[in-house]
Design a protein around this ligand. Structure first.
Ligand SMILES: Cc1ncc(COP(=O)(O)O)c(C=O)c1O
Length: 412
């Protein structure tokens, strides 16, 4: 059981770390569930036409899922396992989209048995698979429309070409008597190229017309994920562009019954999680005069636990030091993870003041694609999580804190 601290006032990160260090004597996450709730509220304010389906793959932490489920968020699931997890929270299957274009046959069976009826596809074989297992499913055609600027490009693997393959797939689906109800796309994860959403929305509109011409009556537009998850309030920027593109291409008066969906993952969870680590070992290299040349620090977290995204993409992390010593002198430093693998490196050649064994280093914006990817390589334990909730957020959302999987301590 983890512990949760409930605050009367606003969450303060460094104070929270100091509190959590009294409870957990190891690396751990600080999870501010109020942040997840605020993101949902911001979404509703700025994108009122778009219903978010949280992409469970991004972070399937049970308390995050319970929080989102209880405030009314819908879900994007990629497998039977994720569907089962969401259904176990008493979420109506209508609030789930099975957004995987290449599904295991037995997972389609599971979806069918559990009334999860909306699913995506992007190829012929998938259509025949669905025809055999779940012929009454409501299908959403995923098109390929991705940004070159996304850190994680999904277009190489998913999506049908909107001008050529997509119309052919729609014709095939029609001839098989399958019920296609809309279009989806994903511009790529970690992407600030918001104009791409506009292009994708415009091309979707063309496909809506094509579908109407061959006898379909589309009712879903799914604008996928890719929205930034840090806390710089960029929802204002991207929502403005997306709302304009939606109003231009799918005006409310022409499309009063259109359901606009999205599948944000990192948007909801990235900033809610901070990883708190400690230096457990250190190695100093000196020159012939005894002056420090460089310093290597070894943390109790690394690439095989919560930093697997480092070798996967060009994302950089910024180590923050709790209680700076505020010395002017800085040294070339490298930060390593704890395993015996030399690729287990978090940062290289950065300038840091001289730190000691036991010093605390924390990393913000660590909630996306970290926890579900972490391993126990070299026998290191799973990272604990300490949760925080602000009382005003609990009250205004009428949250039943009994639902959470942790002890509730009123520590305010
Ligand atoms: C189909 C699908 N939807 C949604 C997401 C979530 O994307 P993001 O975390 O960038 O919002 C992903 C990420 O890989 C995805 O593959």
């Amino acid at each position: 059981m983890s512990k949760v601290f409930k605050f009367l006032s606003h969450f303060h990160l460094e104070k929270s770390i100091e509190r959590s260090l009294k409870v957990v004597n190891d690396s751990h996450y600080i999870c501010n569930l109020s942040d997840v709730i605020r993101k949902y509220e911001d979404w509703k304010t700025h994108l009122p036409r778009v219903r978010p389906h949280y992409a469970v793959k991004c972070n399937d932490n049970i308390n995050v899922l319970k929080t989102l489920a209880s405030i009314g968020c819908s879900f994007d699931c990629a497998s039977a396992g994720e569907i089962e997890k969401i259904l176990s929270l008493n979420v109506n299957p209508e609030r789930i989209i099975f957004a995987n274009t290449t599904k295991f046959a037995k997972h389609i069976e599971f979806a069918e048995q559990n009334q999860v009826n909306i699913m995506t596809f992007d190829n012929e074989d998938e259509l025949y698979k669905i025809l055999k297992i779940h012929p009454s499913a409501n299908l959403v055609l995923r098109i390929r429309y991705s940004s070159d600027k996304a850190i994680y490009k999904l277009g190489k693997k998913f999506g049908s070409l909107p001008n050529t393959e997509a119309p052919e797939l729609l014709k095939l689906a029609k001839s098989l008597n399958l019920n296609v109800i809309g279009i989806s796309f994903h511009i790529g994860s970690s992407c600030e190229d918001y104009e791409v959403y506009c292009g994708a929305i415009a091309i979707s509109r063309v496909l809506f017309q094509f579908a109407a011409d061959i006898g379909y009556n589309f009712r879903i537009l799914d604008i996928g994920g890719g929205f930034p998850g840090d806390n710089f309030n960029r929802v204002k920027e991207f929502s403005c562009m997306i709302n304009n593109a939606l109003n231009q291409n799918f005006p409310l008066n022409e499309f009063p019954n259109l359901e606009i969906l999205s599948e944000p993952g990192r948007y909801f969870v990235e900033s809610a999680f901070t990883l708190v680590t400690q230096i457990h070992s250190r190695k100093i290299t000196r020159d012939a005069d005894g002056k420090i040349v460089d310093v290597m620090y070894y943390l109790n977290e690394g690439v095989y636990s919560n930093f697997l995204f480092i070798p996967l993409g060009p994302e950089e992390v910024i180590p923050k030091i709790l209680s700076h010593k505020r010395t002017n002198e800085q040294f070339r430093s490298t930060i390593w993870g704890p395993t015996c693998d030399s690729t287990d490196k978090i940062c290289e050649d950065i300038k840091l003041e001289l730190l000691e064994i036991g010093d605390v280093i924390y990393f913000t914006n660590m909630g996306a694609y970290t926890i579900p990817l972490s391993t126990s390589f070299n026998g290191f334990p799973t990272t604990k999580i300490v949760y925080f909730l602000e009382e005003n957020v609990v009250d205004s959302n009428k949250l039943n804190t009994e639902m959470f999987d942790f002890n509730f301590i009123n520590d305010a």
